[in-house]
Design a protein around this ligand. Sequence first.
Ligand code: MOS
Length: 687
Amino acid sequence: MTPAIGTSPTRVDGPAKLRGLAPYAMEHPLRDALHAFPIQATIARGRIGAIDTREAETMDGVVAVLTHLNAPRLAADDDNELFILQNDEVAFRGQLIGVVVATSPEVAREAAARVRVSYDESPADVVFDADRDDLYAPEDVSGGFATDTTIGDVEKALDLAPVTVDQTYTTAMVHNNPMEPHATIAHWTEDGLVLYDSTQGPHVVRSTVAPLFGLEPEQVHVIAPYVGGGFGSKGEPHANIVLAAMAARFTGGKPLKLALTRQQLFSLAGYRTPSVQRVRLGAHHDGTLTALSHDVVQQVSKVKEFAEQTAIVSRVMYASATRATTHRFAALDVPVSSWMRAPGHCPGMYAAETAMDELAVELGMDPIALRIHNEPEVDPESGRPFSSRGLVECLRTGARRFGWADRDPEPRSRRDGRWLVGSGVAAATYPADVNPGNSARVRFTGGRYEVAIDAMDIGTGTWTTLGQIAADALGVTGDRIDLRIGDSRLPAGTVAGGSSGMASWGSAVVAAAEDFRRRYGDDPADGAETTVETSKEPARENFSTHAFGAHFVEVRVDIDTAEIRVPRVVSVFGAGRIINPRTARSQFIGGITMGIGMALHEESVFDTRFGEVVNHDLAGYHIPVNADIGEIDVSWIDEHDPHVNPMGAKGIGEIGIVGSAAAVGNAIYHATGVRVRHVPIHLEDLL
Ligand code: MOS
């Protein structure tokens, strides 16, 4: 039988989606649902003075108005982001301070506008500035990585290096903006709390929400069969879920719907913090790196620390005799930042790979040759061998597909009518992780295999690809498998995040399938069943496990207006075995598109007078549309990494965005001779 892995079945959920039968959170049909609309703070810091809810409460259809004065008390206070409506403090503008519940969404919204709040305002500290003297170093950075690392004397090596680069790069604050805004239906029943939620991980929602309401995790049932994207913003529950559950409890046994508006996402659903990154490189004339230093400053909210691990890319990419990486943070009275597609890696690689391009220019060396010249034999920091490392092959393959050999390295050397034409390259990397704590169940019933795990499909293709993995592991065709995912009552699955979803769930599914066949053979009796939980994979202790890639970008810049177009991208990835080329290509293209958005479009403009993002909708917050994206040629090298997991597959959700913004910027430099050291790059930067 032909293996299902490596084939490209179309999405099994496609027909249901097209026919409107694949409900997102808000669309689950529940009778007599109430509707809630949040009330948000309009100051950045201070205390609530008085709240006048009388006018709102007298409106027809209003069921309740909750504020800190009457809201149910939460049973746990260890997460300040989620500890809402418990006191009169305001810690950032847009914070949830109340909610109106009504019989229709329109009435709830109108009533929320009629709640009058007065404040006792305090000075707010909202200005992100890398030169602040109160920057701090956290104990570690996100993911448990060391805040700082040092190998050798990087300062001395920089002093001695004949060729150096010392530049500072900045990235804008950006917001995730999934297609489906965050939404929850909360329904208290005699068994506990049911949440239809737009999430990247029902089990995470369950374990986070339960203690807040004094429940056991099993008493919270989270249902999320289909989700319209997340990009990290639904990886951890945000306060909107707590607000929905709280309002539903207050108003009794009816289901209650709460959907954030697009504008509300900009203060309540996480974002990528702005960064200021100094990168210093030292090299011999032949391109050998002797010093590599990457210092990052970002912001965190005083409400909750998310210390983004931005410099860790510089611990893995290139060989260098000396190395230093640091992270420092400014704690501000601002909304809580969080994961956004390739947190850390994405902004970090923008700076690191722009600096490598600058070094190539300084050396008069081809940027691909420079990277290949500094390819490390083992992981530079841990000393562990790479389980597989396809960077060089990706660079070479990409160069061929792109036609790099014909390139004149001289900036501003190519012209086509009114267009200056340039090309740039950058590398990509992302960890290939497997999360422990996944559990899968295989049950044979009615001649079919039911494979169950609380995995998530956030639009990425899990409904299809996890079925392919199950089919191969059970030795049957995909049409004999009924997959069950997206429900916290299924065996535990970890979050659809960190590009670790498929690797983690798939490992559990393979383990369960193997156990099933061992116990029951390939002709099982009806009702045969097994559940297997995966333990920690040994791979990460013995190997450094990462996916790699290379982006090649062509840009055109109008000689008069500096309008920037990206007609062509060629990207090649070394990401292990590709489960489904069709859905994988889609993931890569999505990541690259978001990288182009980072390079040219996306920017949350933070008004420091008020402490809020002013362009908080898709009219003012620009993302690339179809007309902004030209040809994106995605391919991958033949790689099967037996060390990462039983599928030999590395995650692919995030690597597409990593490095792609640097490749755009490097191409713009080549086209125009102007080196811009921030993103997004605006046309006025080139005039
Ligand atoms: Mo991704 S930012 O880990 O959902």
